[in-house]
Ligand binder design. Structure first.
Ligand SMILES: C[S@@+](CC[C@H](N)C(=O)[O-])C[C@H]1O[C@@H](n2cnc3c(N)ncnc32)[C@H](O)[C@@H]1O
Length: 234
């Protein structure tokens, strides 16, 4: 297992090229352990396996958002109703569940069908079956009734802006979530890879209140084209 030991932001070591970072390169399946610069006592264990889809590996915005949530929101998260969109292998949701120790409500990690098995694998790998639920949620489709009833107040989305045809679908799902849960806050992190990615943000600014949030790692991650925002209902 690759051990990533605590040090100053070792996670932020992604290739970045003249403002247009490439999509991450293929890497073979394997396990990774993350401590988030000492913010976790016990490492988060993640299987990365791209055979199920692009969400099967760690993405830069996932690392930034997971660390941000641990560093700045850990206490309030214990009492929140958390839903993750486009969770992939589950880096953000599982980090939050692991870092919080106990959660008042189950945390929903969601993605497309293809990612279901890897989400379940990583939930079990970290012994988090009692507090994390994997669920299929396709952007643009009606929200599953279980999620409507859950009324999440904290929505996590990392690296979900990378495929232009999916932008309106994701936007629709965010709007649907604000309809069922008007008080929700979306914690949203993405990497600008193409000019079109900023179009997503432009649309979000029309529909939601978009706030760029403080983070001591911002000088590092913004150099790499990463943006961290919250969205709330206007
Ligand atoms: C780039 S990966 C990011 C994974 C993870 N959040 C991270 O930061 O490592 C984007 C994720 O969005 C999911 N996704 C893409 N289109 C989707 C859709 N229409 N509905 C639901 N999930 C989708 C993919 O399956 C993938 O897991």
């Amino acid at each position: 297992m690759d051990e990533k030991q605590p040090s100053l932001s070792p996670e932020f070591s992604f290739a970045f090229d003249e403002g247009f970072a490439p999509l991450p390169q293929y890497k073979p399946a394997g396990n990774t352990a993350l401590y988030f610069s000492g913010l976790l006592d016990e490492p988060l264990k993640l299987r990365e396996d791209l055979t199920s889809g692009c969400g099967g590996m760690l993405w830069p915005a996932g690392l930034v958002l997971a660390k941000h949530m641990l560093r700045y929101h850990r206490d309030e998260l214990r009492h929140s109703r958390i839903l993750e969109l486009g969770a992939g292998g589950g880096i953000v949701g599982l980090t939050v569940a692991k870092g919080c120790g106990t959660l008042d409500a189950p945390l929903y990690m969601t993605d497309q069908e293809e990612m279901g098995e890897l989400m379940e694998h990583n939930i079990a790998l970290n012994g988090l079956e009692s507090c994390v639920k994997g669920k299929i949620l396709n952007w643009g489709e009606p929200l599953p009734q279980e999620i409507v009833d859950f009324k999440p107040d904290t929505i996590l989305a990392a690296d979900c802006v990378y495929f232009e045809p999916a932008f309106p679908l994701l936007m629709q799902t965010l709007q649907d979530l604000f309809t069922v849960s008007p008080i929700a806050t979306v914690h949203f992190c993405f990497m600008k890879r193409r000019r079109a990615d900023m179009q997503f943000l432009k649309t979000a600014k029309k529909l939601f209140t978009v706030t760029e949030v403080e983070d001591e790692d911002r000088p590092i991650f913004s150099r790499e084209g990463l943006f961290l925002f919250t969205f709330t209902r206007k």
